[in-house]
Design a protein around this ligand. Sequence first.
Ligand SMILES: [Fe+2]
Length: 256
Amino acid sequence: MFKLLHLSDLHLKPPGVVLHGLHPDLQLQRCVSHILAEHADADLCIVSGDIAHDGEPLAYREARGQLKRLPMPVHVMIGNHDDRAALGAEFPEACAADGFIHRVIETVVGRMVLLDTQDPGSAEGRLCEARLAWLRARLAENDQAPVYLFAHHPPVPVGLQRMDAIRLRDAEAFMAALLPFRDRLRHLFFGHLHRAISGTWRDLPFSGVRGTSHQIALDFTTPDIAPVSFETPGYGVALIGADSIVVHHADFMASR
Ligand SMILES: [Fe+2]
């Protein structure tokens, strides 16, 4: 069984700086320690964006230092809160030659396709024609391997009004790019929502995970803001087999 760790929405500030009354750096520290204690045998770790809250270089340095403690390969993605240049300066291996922070990771269970959905200056997600062309090319270049998709922004409305307003704007174009390869697409993983969530989008299974610091409330009525909540943070542990994908949610703040 292939074990994939899915972290998201670290929202790091420079070390010691408080955000929403929490210490994102200390929470990530605890998350990493939990992984080392419980899931050090994982094959891969993907962090699906919002590494920093305000794109500060010191926040990326903190992320780099913490994530370096993990023994498995770790890949960071870009979210709407991130600064492309500052993230790229600390994680140069994440940057493609075309300037986007997208790439493919080959694994024994298939291809992990990590998308760049950031639209600079906007909280909303975008897949412009250049990124869609890149995605189509990646999907076309290996017609045997199963594909797992990763994006910061969900393409599907989930009932949280503010988050739905800032989801992936180009969802229809995204689906049009996916459709010719539909039989090889196994799962879509995303962040952005700061919630443990799962479902299907046009029959494509998806899951999202909690942030490692603050969460967003399960609030279906507030229209213009995403209410911060202090529900338990967490990360995802996906067990990928030949005919199944199971996504667990680990509570790293819970004591045993
Ligand atoms: Fe976030």
